[in-house]
Design a protein around this ligand. Sequence first.
Ligand code: LCV
Length: 268
Amino acid sequence: MTQPDSSTPPTLIATTLADNIGTLLFNNPGKLNCLSHSLMEKFIEALPALEQQGARVIVIRAPAKSRVWSAGHDINELPEPRRDPLSYGDALERLLRKVQDCPVPVIAMVEGSVWGGACDLCCSCDMVIADDKATFAMTPAKIGIPYNPSGLMHFVNHIGVNKAKEMFFTAQPTSAQEAHNNGFVNAIVPADELEAYTYGRAAHIARNAPLAVRAIKAQFRLLSRGALIDAETAERIQSIRRRVYDSQDYAEGIRAFKEKRPPHFEGK
Ligand code: LCV
């Protein structure tokens, strides 16, 4: 990843793509990678761009050895009192939906402490892999913010209602071990192994049939809403699945298995 030269302001979000694995890096350590409007707008642009450039999986990370992965929403940019601080159209909510709707899996690789909206960002990712010193604190109650229904449900769906209530009511950091115990984190890895482990998992995903992986993520997204599936959504899921099992990749996956060789998926 080329570093921006000193004359230009550092890009708040830096991206790289290698071997079909995209990386989206928070690049504002001076402000503890807090989710300012400008950083969030750059993020909202960069994520789909990586997918359109061919990423089959995307890793979201902070600079190596970050003490703070992200300090959460830029508190200085929270709206004046008496206005909904986290309405549907606000940047943080658009960013979270961008991650949830990203057609390819998104992995949060976490080292350091994670605060507020950045925890919800981790919840919106498909996997969270953290080092053993990471912590996660859900802070609205500490700031006097009511949070919002979709955000609360992200946590309920991930860690259950009791642990979600404890995170929100206490607003205290949850340790990596506790986050792993309650299902918030997929794996805890020693800091010096975090990158290799995370990109190893990403490589497994990138080698699988991309149409199948996309269809599975799309189904998880539709089903995760928890609501009863109406007829149209059921038909939409079926059409997503049919596109995959009608594909050449589906035939290739089965043929490769029978011929005892690694499959070569071409995304069609
Ligand atoms: C702006 C900051 C921030 C920050 N914004 O370093 O989930 S919700 O509903 O709550 C949602 C609205 C949300 O996400 O709210 C934000 C939640 N985040 C937090 O509550 C974390 C607030 N920050 C902290 O507790 C500390 O900064 C930590 C523990 C992250 C790091 O502490 P440390 O002592 O190492 P400082 O506190 O000195 O922070 C360094 C600089 O970053 C600014 C902070 O104001 C300071 O700026 P100055 O050097 O200009 O004083 N900063 C930190 N977090 N979220 N600015």
